[in-house]
Design a protein around this ligand. Structure first.
Ligand code: E4P
Length: 217
């Protein structure tokens, strides 16, 4: 399973990279705004800064919603760095853009996916990644993990190579459950990744080992 961190915060990206288990980064306009990154030039520079920290794919989202503008913006993003994956929203012009970029060999991540039908369209259009937002589904009393499971079945039925990128991860158990289902990638906050480390028996066991070592020295 690939681990992506879902943030535009450079310190957190560097911390996750230093842990040695990071495979990429996802961002979106809200995450950029949260870090105070505004204005086209600053945003483009920030993507390059992220690429220079992490070894792996960096999703950069277009803000255009019409085909021609999406293509222009996506091509500009793709030219920034070879680690950039162009993030395209699941709308009609977005599906056309996914197909265009796929034909051009520009990698894409189809975002804002909330149904199997949308995931099927993204795969048929040649998206490299599809991002079902499981946390936002859970927020409205709908089973986000079930969507991951259904997309897994559909993609396996037909051998689609689009990678299932479980997004909107809110906590550590989301990561574990997505891994059991067979999501190819997860993107979540640093706290959810670090949660995987924790077990009280590890802490108790280590304290005892260190205590016993001190007794003998
Ligand atoms: C995915 O790429 C999105 O950036 C993200 O996972 C959305 O998560 P949220 O629902 O926590 O905003």
């Amino acid at each position: 399973m690939k681990f992506f961190i879902d943030t535009a915060n450079l310190d957190q990206i560097a911390e996750a990279q230093a842990l040695g288990v990071l495979d990429g980064v996802t961002t979106n306009p809200s995450l950029m705004a949260k870090e105070g990154i505004t204005g086209k030039n600053n945003i483009l520079k920030h993507y390059v800064d992220i690429c220079n920290i992490v070894d792996g794919d960096v999703s950069a989202e277009v803000v255009a919603t019409e085909f021609d503008q999406m293509i222009k913006e996506g091509e500009e993003l793709a030219e920034l760095h070879d680690q950039i994956v162009v993030k395209i929203p699941m709308i009609k012009d977005g599906v056309k853009a996914l197909k265009y970029f796929s034909d051009k060999g520009i990698r894409t991540n189809c975002t804002l996916v909330f149904s199997c039908g949308q995931a099927l369209l993204a795969a048929k259009a040649g998206a490299n990644y599809v991002s079902p937002f499981i946390g936002r589904l859970d927020d409205i009393s709908t089973d986000g993990l079930n969507l991951i499971s259904e997309i897994r079945t559909i993609y396996d039925n037909y051998g689609y190579e689009t990678e299932i990128l479980a997004a909107s991860i809110r906590h550590t158990m989301h990561i574990i459950d997505c891994a059991k289902i067979g999501a190819d990638v997860m993107t979540g906050p640093l706290s959810a990744i670090e949660g995987l480390l924790k077990h009280p028996l590890t802490d108790i066991g280590l304290a005892k080992f260190l205590e016993d070592y001190k007794k003998g020295n």
